[in-house]
Design a protein around this ligand. Structure first.
Ligand code: TRP
Length: 359
């Protein structure tokens, strides 16, 4: 008998932002698919209610974005035979557990969550006008997670504070309500993806709104065109100039960040061309590797890597009935698990009304 792989159960989700990009793939989807294929029990949730925390006024694109995201998940290789794909708002238990957990956490604790602080800064929000729902973002996420009793939550490092709160709430609930019974909740662990976040093609944080991404649905021509414009070493003006593939730590800006944070094309090579990357870096440094052919080579590699995803996605896109059945079935399976957990929660909290039993 071969070695037995360590497996467990994962729950992860994303807000429906529409079509997925390379960063979503490298930072999350690829990892989900790997775990799925190693025999983990996967639950993957479209966090549409979370979308409302920052975008409640305009929901006109919400349904299209959900659909596009689910297609990309399937394209990336989530297999509905192995993974449960569902929509948060279709499983009302999330709302009920969110309400119950909200009693167990202070407003001050939520205000301290760095992810919320970052959002306030990034979206230029006024702290005084943050909605009740937005403040509760992490509590809803804790409910999302705890309902499925996962052992692990695969997320990016930005999500760790949410998982930390989730663990606290699990402990708090078990302590307050389970003194005389087995604990209801499992404290899940954050499982960080091995590959750090990919930067956008311009060298900045990858974001669809900035337009520095490669989408999983981009055609080979689009990919090659986008890579041609990627950020390289600005000091490598001519093809024969030596280049700096890595960040140059000898020259820092006012905030102490390197003026040259490293060549994006090289960074992508390291991810998508791991065997060739060292040689590419050496030739770049020696001035024997011009950027133009190197970008062409990377564009081709990315396009090859994305081809099976694009093709699988197209097959699903051509069969909307199938997609509908997959998500409807996912919702059903999620509801089953969520309802069972919530029954335990109500029981532990003595919220079951005994004199109505069986009526
Ligand atoms: N907050 C996550 C994000 O922005 C989305 C999310 C909602 C989530 N609920 C979750 C992630 C539960 C993991 C587990 O990407």
């Amino acid at each position: 008998m071969g070695p037995v792989a360590k497996t467990g159960r994962i729950l992860s989700g994303m807000r429906p932002t529409g079509r997925m990009h390379l960063g979503n793939y490298v930072g999350a989807l690829e990892n989900w698919v790997r775990l799925q294929n190693e025999g983990w029990r996967n639950y993957h949730m479209v966090a549409d209610w979370h979308m409302l925390t920052t975008g409640y006024e305009d929901t006109s694109r919400l349904q299209d974005d959900i659909y596009d995201m689910v297609l990309d998940w399937l394209g990336a290789g989530l297999d509905p035979e192995k993974s449960v794909i569902f929509i948060q708002s279709e499983v009302k238990e999330h709302a009920e557990l969110h309400l119950l957990l909200s009693m167990l956490v202070s407003k001050a604790r939520l205000e301290r969550i760095p992810t919320l602080k970052e959002q306030i800064r990034d979206l230029n929000l006024d702290e005084q006008t943050i909605s009740y729902g937005h403040l509760g973002y992490s509590v809803l996420q804790a409910a999302d997670i705890l309902l499925y009793k996962p052992t692990h939550v695969p997320v990016g490092d930005d999500q760790v504070p949410h998982v930390e709160l989730t663990r606290e709430l699990a402990r708090r609930f078990n302590f307050v309500y389970c003194q005389d019974r087995p604990p209801v909740f499992v404290e899940p662990e954050a499982a960080l993806t091995a590959f750090a976040r990919l930067r956008g093609l311009d060298g900045n944080r990858m974001s669809k709104s900035v337009g520095n991404t490669i989408l999983l649905t981009d055609t080979p021509e689009e990919i090659v065109r986008k890579v041609r414009q990627a950020y390289t070493d600005p000091k490598k003006a001519r093809a024969t100039d030596p280049g700096r593939p890595e960040a140059d730590l000898t020259e820092l800006d006012a905030e102490g960040r390197p003026v040259h944070p490293g060549c994006v094309v090289y960074e992508y090579h390291r991810k998508f061309n791991p065997e060739g990357a060292a040689d590419i870096a050496a030739r770049c440094r020696a001035g024997t590797l011009p950027c133009v052919p190197d970008k062409k080579d990377l564009g081709q590699r990315l396009s090859d890597a994305l081809a099976p995803i694009r093709e699988r996605r197209e097959r699903y896109a051509a069969d909307p009935d199938r997609v509908r059945d997959i998500v409807a079935e996912g919702n059903r399976r999620a509801r089953e698990v969520a309802a069972a957990t919530l029954a335990e929660v109500r029981e532990a909290m003595r919220l079951k009304v005994p004199w109505l039993e069986g009526r």
